[in-house]
Design a protein around this ligand. Structure first.
Ligand code: HEC
Ligand code: HEC
Length: 408
């Protein structure tokens, strides 16, 4: 019950209804959060902000095309160190409910991060808890402690705004100040600037006569929803909720698609003190977090290799057509077409002998990173034609925010 009520409060505060999406005026707390989000002096050495790994122009993922094309994981402020997963989009993350076990469906739901470990149990808000991580993470912004973050925020130009919102004494109490910083960032992340709901598809949902999808996009949408075809909406819901709120393209549950390793992930080469497993490292996904929670540890094995279903909003958004993006928690898939093809024929091809990559001319898929718990019921052999694969890609391209209707 506790989770449900928190979720409702979050939804009420977080949903910027479509009509407001054009009105991006931020409240003082959202504006404060925005300034912190883009501040490159909040890292050691300075130079890295949240936006470095969650850039609006790239659909709120990493800003460097070259990295997206290969390693997909990002170096931190100390460049020789990198994380182990691809930055997911920071947009629409505030809609994820507080992490919980759904006893009826017998699955885990919600939280932030790809393994849900920013649960929302402490602050009632997964995204606020998430926002406390990067500043102190040695493979991200690398500041030495919360005191240092608070000191920098209090000295910044927006320090005055910070005090005016949270009280003149806020800077004297590190714990309260650090929580306030996180809440401000989360408020910005819940704002209509990040969650814009302004894609071509949103316009289409609002008025399909005035803003029609083209033939290929419509075919894609139909395949996306059709349980006996793409079946994508089973995990990436595409229809407005009963209360009319726009679809989020994720149900915030966890699944193992059988995503292969990304052999270019630079985490494999990190020094022992950062990654003790070296190139033998396997991403446990949700299980890694469940193991740390005594009451959930018994569920760890059945959740090995599962990752949070990502939203597909902005999945194709990029600053220019040449800008590379990759897909899956580790960026193993190099294009939308490639991941759709994987969904379509995963179970029809033999596993490659060379687990990392198909050899030239070899018709196979690399082995899954985690072979247990692979979802074989809902995907893997969809029987789609080449044309249908492209239609799904075309539909996903209608999910980029900041779409401008053609002038008649
Ligand atoms: C060096 C790159 C980097 C920086 C800097 C960074 N992030 Fe992230 N972010 C990531 C990665 C990688 C993940 C996924 C980690 C995981 O799942 O274990 C992530 C996850 C997230 C998520 C979770 C999204 C979801 O759907 O669960 C949010 C929200 C987010 N970051 C916001 C921020 C904010 C706010 C900041 C600044 C305070 C920030 N990030 C700084 C790389 C970065
Ligand atoms: C059983 C649930 C499920 C179904 C069905 C499903 N997906 Fe996914 N999808 C996921 C999960 C989980 C991930 C993350 C996988 C990972 O990180 O390894 C994902 C990732 C993706 C991504 C990568 C997004 C990113 O930002 O990296 C795309 C694109 C995608 N799905 C599209 C589709 C399409 C198109 C279909 C239908 C053909 C589909 N999905 C069907 C659960 C599902």
């Amino acid at each position: 019950m506790f989770y449900k009520s928190v979720w409702i409060v979050l939804l009420i505060t977080a949903i910027p209804f479509w009509a407001d999406a054009q009105d991006r005026k931020l409240s003082p707390i959202e504006d404060l959060g925005r300034q912190i989000y883009f501040d490159k002096s909040l890292s050691d050495p300075p130079g890295q902000s949240c936006a470095s790994c969650h850039d609006p122009a790239a659909g709120w993922i990493g800003e460097i095309s070259e990295i997206n094309a290969h390693a997909a994981v990002y170096p931190g402020a100390v460049e020789a160190r990198s994380g182990n997963r691809k930055p997911p989009t920071a947009a629409y993350a505030t809609f994820s409910p507080v992490f919980h076990y759904d006893a009826t469906d017998q699955l885990f739901v919600g939280g932030n991060f790809q393994d849900g470990r920013a649960t929302g149990w402490l602050l009632g808000n997964p995204t606020a808890e998430q926002a406390q991580g990067p500043f102190l993470n040695p493979v991200e912004q690398n500041l030495k402690n919360a005191e240092r973050v608070v000191e920098l925020v209090c000295q910044a130009d927006y320090g005055k705004l910070f005090r005016s919102i949270y009280g003149q004494d806020i800077c004297n109490n590190t714990i309260n100040a650090y929580n306030a910083i996180a809440q401000a960032i989360a408020a910005f992340e819940a704002s209509a600037e990040i969650n814009a709901f302004s894609s071509k598809y949103d316009y289409y949902l609002k008025d399909s006569q005035k803003y029609p999808l083209n033939k290929q996009e419509l075919l894609g949408l139909q395949l996306f929803n059709d349980e006996s075809k793409g079946n994508c909406a089973a995990c990436h819901p595409s229809q407005p909720d009963t209360d009319g709120s726009p679809p989020l393209f994720t149900d915030f549950t966890y699944d193992n698609l059988g995503t292969p390793k990304n052999p270019e992930n630079t985490w494999y080469g990190m020094p022992k003190e950062i990654n003790p497993d070296g190139d033998k490292w396997i991403d446990p996904g949700l299980a890694g977090f469940l193991k740390t929670v005594p009451r959930f540890a018994k569920y760890a094995n059945e959740n090995r290799g599962k990752h949070k279903v990502p939203t597909l909003r902005n999945v194709d958004k990029r600053p220019n057509p040449e800008f590379a993006k990759s897909y899956g928690h580790n960026g193993a898939f190099k294009s939308l077409k490639e991941i759709v093809h994987f969904y379509n024929i995963r179970d029809r091809l033999p596993k490659c002998e060379n687990t990392a990559k198909p050899k030239p001319g070899e018709n196979c898929w690399p082995a899954p990173e985690v072979a247990e718990n692979v979802n074989k019921d809902e995907l893997g052999d969809l029987g789609l034609t080449e044309e249908e694969e492209w239609a799904l890609v075309a539909f996903m391209k209608t999910l980029s925010d900041d779409w401008t209707p053609p002038t008649q």
